[in-house]
Design a protein around this ligand. Sequence first.
Ligand code: LLP
Length: 403
Amino acid sequence: MEIDTKALAKKYGTPLYMYDFDYIENRYTTLKDAFAGKKSIINYAVKANSNLSVIAHLAKLGAGADCVSIGEVRRALDAGIDKYKIIFSGVGKRDDEIREALQKDILMLNLESEAEMKRVELVALELGKEARISIRVNPNIDPQTHPYISTGLHENKFGVEIDMAKRMYIYANKSEYLNPVGIHFHIGSQLTKLSPIREAAMIVADLVRSLKAIKIDIKFFDVGGGIGVVYDDEVTISATDYTQVIFEATKGLDLTLLCEPGRYMVANAGAFFTKVLYEKNNGGKRFVIVDGGMNDLIRPSLYNAYHKIEAVGVEGEKTPADVVGPVCESGDFFGKNVPLPPLEHNDIIVVHSAGAYGFTMASNYNTRAKPAEVALQNGKDRLIRKRETYEDQVRLELEYLEK
Ligand code: LLP
């Protein structure tokens, strides 16, 4: 869709997040269609972009949600996601989170340790309810991605080993308060190769078969998230190749197939708009200083992640510049040696592919207010989150001032 970046930046101010809702719809439909002929749920990973309007948009399309805190579960429910399409994962769920999830009667709690299973059983007993659970299996597969977003190796904190998973299923199956309905794995994020997913799916499907042999019937087979997207010139996984691999691994089994895409849904729907404040030159090194910072979009600082950067509607010879923010950290940058034309105060810079893990990882570091968020849909724009104010930030501290 054609975007008048300058007009949007002027209307809503900068720094600003913009999400193309038509693109999100297209991504959802493409993936859902790739599961055609099978029972499936697309459980959108809320952590990628948890704006209520984004979740509500996906809810209307029929998506479920993958949540990692009770806050995310609340968001999913508030945004209209069907409770029987909500999964609650995470290695460290508190008792109050477990209790609320059980009371809210969501599809299942995804367990990541034996100790957690015992906790869930106890809370379920207190409530006099049966807890539907799945177990996250750690298949010990190298997903060949950035170590910070790799999760499927035994050296990572996630999930349990196959043998442990089997023991847990046997225990849960006997328990009056646990109902083992699902199985889960998630080996990492920004995966661009299919083979690790194939390998993991095979291992986990074999476990389903061996559980079936002892009369433990798994209904939901959850392959996690992780489909990689194009930030630069990556060649990544197509929706149909992805589902084909899952179909092959689960052949002969009667399962509802679940996946938990976050980045795939929203990364390239989003862009981050920031305004040029100053240019400066330090001993021959060119810096473009913008009004957005690492507190707004931390991926480049945290993972050295690449995001394409462009200056909107500015002509002139391009020379390399580091695009940096106002935060007092040398790591506060969006791009290094980015070819950019000469820039002036108020020129607009667009940081692309910022729809996933952008706003959700934003902070108030340096008492900077979080950016506004805008949706574009059917050729129209609308504000979906107001720009934060100083007052919003200090609201919870005010009583100390008043004392
Ligand atoms: N399911 C589970 C259990 C997960 O841990 C994750 C992501 C997802 C699904 C969604 O993964 P996706 O489809 O978005 O790749 N902040 C990092 C990414 C962290 C991902 C954490 N888990 C980044 O900005 O690259």
